[in-house]
Write a protein that binds this ligand. Structure first.
Ligand code: PEP
Length: 238
């Protein structure tokens, strides 16, 4: 069985100094290939060089990718560029991209395709808002978002179930809610699909989340900024 993933999403946080100190502390713990860091674009090369210096197995990722392969798209970064600077994976369709940048599932579908074409492993995020959950349409929303992955072989991606009411809020979905949605996602796609949970995972709740049936790992935002907290989460991965 594959080890549970722990993927850190730094969002738009960090600095050269912070990357150096957090990554060096993580490196001292000797983490394996089941752990990844998705840092802001400007810090990818620096993080890569720190990982290489230490011959670390830790994986490197980006938080977004352009849907186009190459060309006059000012401000964008292609999958080939990310692979070129050492990324292995990329987060696609994060709820913050959907909410603040109007990213649709159609755009996310093109980004998943671009990531795969560029040799990257997409971690595709799905999840409902609180209103959608309260109106009883959470499964419909997720089923619609999962259509993005139609026809893509299961082994080439992971899904992150991230209810937006749990992302960055300090509210964690209950084990029952997580188990139910992970089973729904695997039932819709394929039983072998790797499904991560994301939403306010911290050192003190990671054990409980990672013990839930059907949880193949966690996507961690805020808690990934602290090496000590992130390491506490990594220690809970089976
Ligand atoms: C995320 O950014 O994907 C996330 C889950 O954030 P947080 O852990 O801060 O809720």
């Amino acid at each position: 069985m594959l080890r549970q993933y722990v993927i850190g999403n730094w969002k738009m946080h960090g600095s050269v100094g912070q990357i150096r100190s957090v990554v060096r502390e993580l490196l001292r713990a000797g983490l394996g290939t089941n752990v990844a860091l998705c840092v802001p674009y400007p810090y990818i090369a620096l993080t890569k060089s720190l990982l290489m210096e230490a011959e670390s197995a830790l994986q490197l990722g980006a938080q977004d990718v352009c849907e186009y392969h190459i060309g006059a798209y000012t401000g964008e970064v292609s999958a080939a560029m990310l692979a070129d600077v050492g990324c292995e994976m990329v987060i696609v369709g994060h709820s913050e991209r959907r909410r603040y940048f109007g990213e649709s599932s159609e755009t996310a579908a093109r980004k998943v395709r671009a990531a795969l074409d560029g040799g990257l492993f997409p971690v595709y995020c799905v999840g409902e808002t609180l209103e959608q959950r309260q109106s009883g349409i959470a499964r419909d929303i997720i089923a619609e978002e999962l259509q993005v992955l139609a026809g893509v072989p299961t082994s080439l991606y992971a899904v992150a179930y991230e209810p937006s009411w749990a992302v960055g809020t300090g509210v964690v979905a209950t084990p029952e809610q997580i188990a139910e949605m992970h089973a729904f996602i695997k039932g819709t796609l394929d039983a072998r699909t790797r499904v991560l949970y994301g939403g306010s995972v911290k050192g003190d709740n990671a054990g409980q989340v990672l013990a839930v049936d059907g949880v193949d790992g966690v996507l961690v935002g805020g808690a990934a900024l602290s090496a000590a907290e992130f390491l506490d989460i990594c220690r809970e991965a089976r």
